[in-house]
Design a binder for this molecule. Sequence first.
Ligand SMILES: [Zn+2]
Ligand SMILES: [Zn+2]
Length: 181
Amino acid sequence: MDFSHYTTKPVEMAVALANTQGVVKDELTEPDQLIDFLENFRPLWEGVAKPPKQGELDSVRELRGAIREIFESGDEGVAAKRVNRLLESYGATPRLSTHSGTPHLHFEPIETSIVCWLGAITAMGLASVIVEHGVERFGVCDSGTCIDVYIDTSRNRSRRHCSNTCSTREAVAAYRKRQAD
Ligand SMILES: [Zn+2]
Ligand SMILES: [Zn+2]
């Protein structure tokens, strides 16, 4: 699925941030983990937002919870309310950008904290998924041992797991259960 130029990376970032939290794992408990996470997306925020600071971890963890809630919305109205709350509280600001040659809109606050930037840009990415493809594209893994979120990019919206690893494991488990029965 091709999101617009501006939203592909923010959507990836929203999914990656939500998935730092698992059933047993939590990959966002130390400030260094936040720095590593943001390092993967440095070209997006460098020169736009202030670099991450010690002490911002809790705010990013709070944002992670809010992003996860959007994936769990299930309903368009609920999802819209949650996305709008983030857009407002993280200061999403429309801006005309010409950095890639073709003028297009960005929605991030500039020269602000990395948390505000992250909140605004991920919320905007998820908003564009809803607008262009519908809330049904948001998914949470169906596996009993995984809570990873995903965007369902399958043609018939049939995806139920976050990854091939999870769908294979669940298929094997279901097969074994049938054999045993
Ligand atoms: Zn751009
Ligand atoms: Zn999974």
